[in-house]
Design a protein around this ligand. Structure first.
Ligand code: CDP
Ligand code: MG
Length: 730
């Protein structure tokens, strides 16, 4: 990188400022086109609820407990903001339509007020009756931050009238009437309440994202509606005999309205017109292989040359966000004093709620806010004040890499986005006035992007979904989905469940399977917990699965500093591998936490290259798992003390399909129940060791297939397992 701004400007003009100036034509014609297509595809007459345009830029978005306007004037301010939202003008018409229909699809541009307002309208108008309103979100950070916002708008503290529920974290109580939750949590509630009787309205939000859980809900809600609402008077009205009718609203920010509507017997499509100012779109003249560097340069070009207005940069994931955060900080500090200051706000799935508030707060005078976000900011969360968008054109996508034998794996891969994402990203710049979007890719690259992404049901592992459906007495292969899953991936899920002992030879759910589903874990980790009960080491296994279920990794893995990290962690390293190393690290951290100050804990984590956020999250998860164990009558206190054998044995049971044997070359391993040849990831404590047999948490796919989170297991486990499998078959 150049070391002065002047130099940087000069150089960047040459290198990445060669923006191909897409004619004004393009502006947000893209978005207009979106509208056009929607209008064409409607099943019923669409209602444009409002064409309200707000010319006044509004910047003061207070979060609950946020800084800014205090007390009643803050509430007044929120009320005024609610009134100004595009959806507000159509409030009565919208309520009327929802009153008349059991199911509706609500379509509207991001920021029009769907997610925050519709639940409040339904509550305020009495449509929800005495039941609760659930609003599902694909991402936990959206669920928690939206709940906080709506609680503030209702002038209550979070967890009372308005609450949230995400895996391992819930803030809701007996008074809660509006609950923002992840789609996965509502699927989980199906297990204990198959007709979701606590809810009178279920809003499936961000349906266009087509996550596996959202698709599952859309499928299940169709039958639940039939059961709860007697359909037969022809007008779709619920008869009184049903007693507890349900309303379902599918909300989406993009095109798919027609598909959702058809799925629900051509239900009504309602349309909220958003507010969109023109956005001028620029593409780079040539491809930018180093998107982080390109984003950094583009940010400073805007910052130094362009009028005030906040910048939103779309990046694929947390690591990129953290790394760009550092470099922007570094260069911003070197700018001459006459430049505006920079306030950087990261936004990604694992961001703790306390830090989420920052992105909604207004910045001090003479500063520019720079938000570094994943695709969370595409449609789920609208951030005020954005005038410039920088789009790297990348996102992370979970994909199931199928192997011929069925023992595939899910990998989180950085991939190019779709046209629909690119348009949404650009649209974020034009909410309050004319905006600018800098795409760090060429126009040709945009043209070759697929229109929209494949639904998750067609690209991720179905194991846990198949298990949950089994518990509901249903077979994933028989269900009516918006898009059917692949046969191959259904087989691989069933095979996994069979290996874990969750289903028997006749594909019937076993007792163990039911218990696995009751634990809020992936089935393989749940299986390890159940096995630990037999082996008397539930304490350790729960510690391990808590860390493995956290959103981020425990150990920072910075390739340049791998050696230092390796040294620093020597004292935790267990000869059996990464799982017992987790136990040791977790224990040491708790010792420190019991005696030392917060700052000392932080420093300790920094020195060992340990992510404290992961440990804090793992502690929360562990509490939840222990509470679940208590409910299930599992004694989680049993411990193997310093003996690792029972622990690896329990993990082996859950990770059986993730076992591999050393090959004669002494460096690569071959999967026991698959055909892939893998290596131990360089970040593992067992890297470069010759271990006859290993288990691993996951495979990462770079220039080779690497196993991450590796432990050595005695070969005897493998033969015991194959005997057990023979018994299972007989
Ligand atoms: O769902 P939709 O995209 O239609 O809009 P929304 O999420 O209901 O957002 C409505 C408004 O609330 C936007 O102007 C957001 O910026 C604002 N909002 C906020 O200020 N703080 C939040 N935590 C969430 C939303
Ligand atoms: Mg929304």
């Amino acid at each position: 990188m150049p070391n002065s701004t002047a130099q940087m400007n000069g150089e960047s003009k040459k290198r990445s400022h060669a923006w191909a100036d897409a004619s004004d034509e393009e502006d947000t014609k893209n978005d207009h086109r979106l509208k056009g297509e929607v209008a064409k595809g409607e099943a019923g007459p669409a209602r444009a609820y409002t064409n309200g345009r707000n010319k006044k830029p509004r910047r003061n978005f207070g979060m609950p407990n946020g800084v800014g306007v205090a007390g009643s004037s803050k509430l007044q301010n929120l009320k005024e903001q609610r009134r100004q939202l595009p959806i507000a003008k159509g409030r009565e018409a919208l309520i009327e339509e929802i009153r008349r229909h059991d199911v509706a699809v609500l379509l509207g541009e991001t920021g029009s007020g769907k997610t925050t307002q519709v639940p409040q309208y339904l509550l305020e108008s009495g449509i929800a009756g005495a039941g609760m309103i659930a609003v599902t979100q694909p991402r936990r950070v959206a669920a928690t931050s939206l709940a906080a916002r709506v609680a503030a708008e209702q002038d209550t503290s979070l967890g009372q009238l308005v609450g949230y529920s995400v895996r391992f974290d819930e803030l809701a109580g007996p008074d809660t009437r509006i609950k923002y939750m992840t789609d996965g949590m509502l699927v989980r509630e199906l297990l204990s309440d198959p007709l979701l009787t606590r809810y009178s309205v279920i809003i499936v939000d961000e349906a266009h994202e087509r996550t596996l859980r959202t698709d599952l809900l859309i499928t299940k809600l169709k039958t639940i509606l039939k059961e709860r609402n007697t359909p037969s008077d022809g007008k779709g009205k619920a008869s009184e005999s049903a007693g507890n009718p349900l309303k379902v609203i599918i909300m989406s920010a993009t095109l798919d309205a027609e598909k959702f509507s058809q799925f629900y017997d051509s239900c009504k499509i309602l349309y909220v017109k958003g507010r969109q100012h023109p956005v001028k779109i620029y593409h780079t003249a040539v491809g930018q292989p180093d998107y982080l560097d390109a984003a950094l340069r583009t940010f400073f070009q805007i910052h130094v040359d362009q009028p005030p207005g906040d910048v939103l940069i779309f990046l694929p994931g947390q690591e990129d966000i953290e790394s760009l955060d550092k470099s922007i900080r570094l260069y911003a500090n070197r700018l001459p004093a006459e430049n505006m200051g920079v306030v950087i706000c990261p936004m990604f799935a694992a961001l703790p709620p306390a830090q989420q508030a920052k992105i909604f707060q207004s910045t001090p005078p003479n500063t520019r806010k720079c938000i570094l976000a994943t695709n969370i900011a595409e449609t789920s969360i609208t951030i005020p004040g954005i005038k410039y968008v920088i789009d790297t054109g990348k996102h992370k996508e979970k994909r199931h890499i199928a192997r011929d034998t069925g023992s595939g794996f899910d990998a989180l891969l950085t991939r190019d986005i779709t046209k629909s994402s690119a348009m949404q990203r650009a649209g974020r710049a034009g909410r309050e006035g004319k905006g600018y979007c800098f795409r760090l890719y060429t126009e040709e690259a945009f043209d070759t992007m697929p229109v929209s992404s494949e639904p998750e049901i067609r690209r991720t592992s179905l194991t846990s979904a198949a298990l949950q459906l089994k518990c509901l007495g249903e077979d994933i292969e028989d269900l009516d989905f918006l898009d059917r899953p692949d046969l191959e991936s259904i087989h691989s899920a069933l095979k996994m469940l069979w290996f874990l002992g969750a289903i028997d030879n006749t594909k019937r759910l076993t007792d163990a399977g039911r218990k696995m589903a009751a634990l809020p874990l992936e089935p393989n980790l749940a299986c390890a917990v159940l096995e630990s009960v037999k082996n008397g080491c539930t304490h350790e296994v729960i510690d391990i699965v808590s860390v493995l279920s956290s959103t981020s990794k425990l150990f920072f893995d910075i390739s340049d500093e791998r050696e230092n990290a390796f040294e620093a962690r020597r004292k935790f390293r267990h000869p059996s591998g990464d799982h017992m190393t987790i136990v040791n690290t977790f224990r040491s951290y708790q010792d420190i936490a019991a005696t030392e100050s917060k700052a000392a804990r932080k420093e300790w984590c920094r020195k060992q290259y340990v992510n404290e956020r992961t440990l804090l999250e793992a502690l929360k998860i562990r509490d939840q798992l222990r509470a679940t164990c208590d409910k299930m009558g599992i004694d989680w206190r049993t411990t193997a003390h310093d003996d690792e054998k029972p622990v690896t044995k329990s993990l082996f049971r859950g990770l059986v399909l993730h076992s591999a044997l050393l090959q004669p070359d002494g460096t690569t391993f071959k999967q026991v129940y698959g055909r892939s040849v893998i290596k131990i990831h360089p970040s593992s404590s067992l890297a470069d060791k010759k271990i006859p047999a290993i288990i691993y948490d996951e495979l990462v796919y770079t220039n080779h297939i690497y196993a991450r989170g590796v432990s050595a297991v005695p070969k005897a486990f493998l033969s015991e397992m194959s005997n057990q499998i023979k018994d299972q078959i007989n």
